[in-house]
Design a protein around this ligand. Structure first.
Ligand code: PMP
Length: 394
């Protein structure tokens, strides 16, 4: 057997994110709902036919100009003023975030995150060796007062100041919380005062079932302290792997230079341009919103029936439900018992980069049909009762 000399960072992969157990009902990952995947035969045919000299070529480092223009038009609907020079096309928003980390952070630098935060972002940040300044979150979003206190103390003690803040202000992953306008303003104010950059990761903004949209942080940014991360993964299809970063042109150019792949995927970019130009993407978003709302309700109702002890907050959009179980619950064990019953969920562990309270779970309602959601949650209910009886007999 070869004794590989692995890098330390390769030891931290979490099983529950990457390995799916065949045959189980998957309530773990935020994959797209299969019946809703867009039919792109026409757009793909155009790309490999008349447009092949562009689509089969290396894309420009910054992305196709047509796509950068379409992205500007798309975000303009959210009040974000961007020109081509502000836009970098990437392989999705996770890849855009990775480029931002490469551009700003050395190993050992601190990044501000909510407690809990997006589990895959934690993984990406760990590969950069950053430290986590985790800040509490309530139903209005990141606790800006706690952040302000911590920043004040760090500065007073002449300690190293964080360079980046990562957050998902709309339908947060995992908690589903939407950050209030006041908190957004305060975060921006702190970014300007303490000179850090906010990575506003906003994949779910258009997947809103109810309530009024809150202005994005980027739309209020007049000083270039915000990089907006976007993607078509949740509004078209994750398989396209097309996302973007919007920011100050100087920042965007540096981020582009960090790309390991040159110009990303011209074929997929052209397909996205065609979908954005036609009405197809807008119609597709409406369809997604319709389905995801039904999925959310199915999951909330099923949980109330089968795991009534779980405390959940109905998100107004997005893909995820976050549940708090009674303190002392071993969520990791519940995940194991769930797999034995044929359902896969995620424990909160991977979403807490510093200390995991241990009794939270995350469930995605995006991928499975409402009937399967109900079945999956019923199985979780069996696992839950097993866990309780094991705890009582211990
Ligand atoms: N950010 C967040 C918060 C997400 O939940 C997801 C999907 N799980 C993404 C980004 C998607 O990233 P990508 O564009 O790379 O598919």
């Amino acid at each position: 057997m070869t004794k590989y000399r692995f890098a330390r960072r390769s030891a931290i992969l979490g099983n529950s994110v990457f390995d799916h157990v065949p045959g189980t009902i998957a309530l773990s990952s935020g994959a797209a709902y299969p019946p809703c995947l867009p039919d792109v035969v026409r757009e793909a045919t155009e790309a490999v036919g008349p447009l092949r000299e562009e689509a089969m070529q290396y894309a420009p480092l910054m992305g196709l100009d047509d796509l950068r223009d379409e992205i500007c038009a798309f975000v303009a609907k959210d009040g974000v003023k961007a020109a081509r020079e502000n836009v970098l096309v990437t392989y999705g928003s996770k890849s855009a975030f990775d480029l931002a980390l490469r551009t700003f952070c050395e190993a050992g630098d601190a990044v501000i995150v909510t407690r809990p935060t997006y589990m895959t972002a934690v993984h990406i940040m760990r590969t950069h060796g950053v430290r986590f300044l985790d800040i509490g979150q309530d139903d209005k979003g990141l606790d800006a007062a706690e952040l302000e206190r911590k920043l004040f103390n760090l500065e007073r003690n002449a300690e190293q100041m964080p360079k980046l803040l990562f957050d998902v202000p709309d339908f947060h992953n995992p908690t589903g919380v939407t950050t209030s306008l006041a908190r957004r303003k305060k975060m921006l104010d702190l970014a300007q005062r303490y000179n850090f950059v906010i990575c506003e990761d906003d994949p779910y903004r258009r997947i809103r079932f109810e309530g009024e949209a809150v202005p994005s942080i980027k739309s209020m940014d007049t000083t270039g302290h915000v990089i907006s991360l976007g993607t078509v993964s949740k509004i078209l299809a994750p398989g396209l792997r097309v996302g973007w970063a919007i920011g100050d042109p100087g920042v965007i150019r540096r981020m582009a230079m960090q790309k390991a792949d040159g110009g990303s995927n011209a074929f997929a970019q052209r397909i996205v341009v065609q979908l954005m130009r036609s009405n197809k993407m807008a119609l597709h978003i409406d369809e997604m919103v319709h389905h995801m709302c039904i999925h959310r309700d199915a999951m909330i109702d099923a949980l109330a029936e089968h795991v009534p002890e779980a405390v959940v907050r109905a998100p107004q959009g997005g893909y995820f439900l976050w549940a708090e179980l009674p303190e002392g619950t071993d969520a990791e064990r519940l995940v194991e018992l769930g797999i034995e019953e044929g359902v896969e969920i995620s424990s909160g562990r991977l979403s807490f980069p510093n200390d995991d309270p241990g009794h939270f779970i995350r469930m995605a309602y995006s991928f499975t049909a409402p009937d399967e959601i109900r079945d999956g949650v019923a199985r979780l209910g069996i696992a839950w009762r097993k866990l309780q009886s094991q705890a009582n007999s211990a």
